[in-house]
Design a protein around this ligand. Structure first.
Ligand SMILES: Nc1ncnc2c1ncn2[C@@H]1O[C@H](COP(=O)(O)OP(=O)(O)O)[C@@H](O)[C@H]1O
Ligand SMILES: [Mg+2]
Length: 344
């Protein structure tokens, strides 16, 4: 549905040039919820603004629903943009317009008749759960309700794509969950493709199907969300995953943990797995078979993309070769095993 092909964006200013996007290629499949995560300044907002050409790439193609936006005439671009809704961190509502008027705005601008506007908006108000707020003003609404208005407004022109720029970053955790549920609902009911950018892994974990990490304007890693959590490939991805599953950084784990193996030291393993039924017996079996002691340092279960995933950190005490064999055994049974370090 959206294809970024070798997209670069360079900002030139008085203080020099900034390469906000550097040769970014990503494909966002139709009907998916695609998350782009990264630290502040990574280029996330620039990327999402390129998806509707609020920002024009310095190089590359941005293909939405088969059309390369970069090549379109201004009139065709205006047309293409009707298929692309957008919501923002701070909602961007008109303070002096009611909820209804805010949602109606894009239709009014497109010259729709009042009756047609009413027909479109009534079900949208229901969809976002704001039927009783239609004549309220933004100042009378909570943050979550304001974002619901913004979502309804974005949907008014029946877009195929919804872009979300940090849409829940200004909301408290509970409201965040309700807005994420609404977005997933809309994705399912309307088949809408959603591209969202966020610095919160919570968002990726709960609603995204796929995820990409941006760093310094480059895509560091992209994958489906399950594989991303189970088996991150880069240090940056590992860092994001560990933070998302509330794992303590390894330096805070047993005193004296070190990177290198030394005489008489034991490995500390990160074990990641899908589901929760088979792990306990597997670990028990590995301990018996290889005559080892597994002591759990931390353990966490999380729901990722609707599935239960487990994250264990264990110290393995026993013979060095046996400890290696136990790792191979666990890997053979589809557990992800990574040596975090060694303790004496
Ligand atoms: N309009 C602009 N002019 C100059 N530099 C910009 C502009 N917009 C963004 N940048 C720079 O581009 C980089 C990426 O910014 P941005 O896309 O906003 O990152 P993020 O959304 O991930 O925090 C930053 O270094 C930022 O300062
Ligand atoms: Mg941003």
């Amino acid at each position: 549905m959206i294809r970024f092909e070798k997209v670069s964006k360079v900002f030139r200013g008085s203080s020099g040039t900034v390469k906000a996007l550097d040769d970014v290629s990503l494909w966002i499949p139709e009907g998916s919820i695609y998350g782009v995560i990264g630290s502040s300044g990574a280029g996330k907002s620039t990327l999402i603004r390129c998806a509707n050409l609020l920002e024009r790439p310095t190089a590359g193609r941005v293909v939405v629903d088969g059309r390369d936006l970069v090549q379109l005439s201004p009139a065709d671009l205006r047309n293409a943009r009707r298929d692309i809704g957008m919501i923002f961190q701070y909602f961007n509502l008109l303070a002096n317009s009611t909820v209804y008027e805010n949602i109606a705005l894009p239709l009014k601008l497109a010259g729709e008749k009042a009756a047609r506007i009413e027909e479109t908006i009534a079900p949208l108000l229901e969809l976002v759960g704001l039927e009783d707020k239609r004549d309220s003003y933004p100042s009378q609404l909570s943050g979550g309700q304001k974002q619901r208005v913004a979502i309804a407004r974005a949907l008014a022109s029946q877009p195929k794509v919804l872009l979300c720029d940090e849409a829940t970053s200004a909301l408290d955790p509970k409201t965040t969950v309700s807005i994420l549920n609404l977005l997933r609902d809309i994705n399912r009911k309307l088949g809408l493709t959603i591209l969202l950018i966020t610095h919160e892994m919570e968002v990726v974990k709960s609603i995204c199907d796929q995820v990409a990490i941006l760093s310094d304007g480059q895509v560091v890693e992209h994958n489906d969300v399950e594989s991303f959590f189970l088996n991150p490939q880069t240090d940056l991805a590992r860092e994001f995953v560990r933070a998302a599953v509330h794992e303590k950084p390894i330096e805070d784990l047993p005193a004296g943990i070190q990177k290198e193996q030394t005489e008489g030291s034991h490995p500390v393993l990160h074990i990641t797995f899908l589901g929760n039924s088979t792990v306990q017996p597997l670990i028990t079996q590995a301990a018996r078979q290889f005559n080892l002691d597994f002591s759990i340092i931390q353990a966490d279960m999380e729901t990722v993309h609707g599935k239960t995933m487990g994250f264990l950190t264990v110290e393995v005490v026993g013979d060095e070769l046996n400890a290696k064999s136990a790792q191979a055994f666990l890997r053979k049974h589809d557990l992800q095993v990574e040596v975090a370090g060694y303790v004496c």
